[in-house]
Design a binder for this molecule. Structure first.
Ligand code: ADP
Ligand code: MG
Length: 292
């Protein structure tokens, strides 16, 4: 492609809300064979809702939700928002919390009314040696339904299994179908539970899933996908996506995401969804063929 056709291409892309921060990204996209996408906030709305609350024998539902929501009210994770909203919808008044803590990619903890509350993924419970008992099966069913299963423990005893569900954006499936028609493979990288991630991948026709990735492990996850030497584009929105955006052959930030993500990317999508990725590949192909 000539410098002029690159200028025309980036200009046309900008009109469609696709900003090429680096001109050579237009060229680099042509070598890409795998598009890896962060799940939460990119494939999904990023606004989960609490859908299931299964209480262990001997615990009271409202009491558990009240205390769990109190602890979650100190977290900025979208999951926390879902749990707090559910408690508010029940008209519960949240008690005071002391000693709040969080372990990124695992969950949160705090003391409420003298009891130590812990909420998070199964790996948090495993780490703290909490026996999941009868709730392990409930959580498995939640995951198979594409919901994110969480557990709550009170004073080291399992108290509840909680499911949150984040709706898939209506634009996601058509965009993935279009990427497939262009001969691209689509992969999902997520910190979410494996069963939930796989259920969503099946629904969307996604080719590869790397699940239960810790926030600092996304670059490694990309390398896992690169095993066959494939050139990769990575699409993400969060602070913890920044290293992967910088590391990918082409980093594509969702423009509704965080500033750090945008600054690490080669391409920025002003529309907050995957259709922008389809447009980016489309314009790249036209430009490289010198079609005006
Ligand atoms: P992602 O952005 O892909 O969802 P995260 O690393 O943010 O990945 O979260 C991974 C997992 O850690 C979540 O699916 C959840 O199980 C657990 N987790 C993180 N924050 C919280 C929280 N505030 N409350 C409960 N669980 C949490
Ligand atoms: Mg995200």
């Amino acid at each position: 492609a000539t410098p002029t056709s690159i200028m025309v291409g980036t200009g046309r892309a900008a009109e469609m809300g696709v900003l090429f921060r680096k001109g050579d990204a237009l060229q680099a996209l042509q070598g890409v064979s795998v598009v890896a996408v962060d799940k939460t906030g990119t494939l999904t709305e990023g606004k989960p809702a609490l859908t299931d609350l299964v209480i262990a024998d001997g615990f009271d539902q409202a009491e558990v939700l009240r205390r769990v929501a109190a602890v979650e009210s100190f977290s900025e994770h979208p999951i926390a928002g879902a749990i707090v909203a559910a408690a508010k919808a029940e008209g519960l008044v949240l008690p005071e919390v002391t000693g709040f803590g969080s372990v990124t990619g695992y969950g949160v903890m705090g003391t409420v009314e003298g009891a130590r509350i812990m909420v998070g993924a199964d790996r948090l419970m495993l780490r703290r040696k909490v026996d999941l008992g009868q709730l392990e099966q409930a959580a498995k069913d939640m995951g198979r339904a594409g919901k994110t299963p969480l557990f709550a423990a009170i004073d080291g005893k399992i108290a509840a299994a909680i499911a949150v569900s984040d709706p898939i954006k209506p634009t996601t499936k058509p965009a993935i179908d279009a990427l497939h028609r262009m001969g691209l493979q689509v992969a999902m990288i997520t910190g979410d539970n494996r069963a939930a991630a796989e259920a969503i991948a099946t629904e969307l026709g996604i080719d590869h899933v790397v699940a239960e990735v810790l926030p600092q492990g996304k670059v490694e996850a990309l390398e896992e996908l690169r095993k066959d030497g494939a050139k990769l584009a990575f699409v993400g929105d969060g602070i913890n996506d920044a290293p992967a955006l910088a590391h990918a052959d082409v980093g594509i930030a969702v423009g509704t995401g965080t500033d750090v993500a945008i600054e690490s990317a080669d391409v920025v999508l002003m529309t907050g969804d995957l259709r922008g990725v389809v447009n980016a590949f489309d314009i790249s192909a036209r430009t490289m063929r010198n079609i005006r």
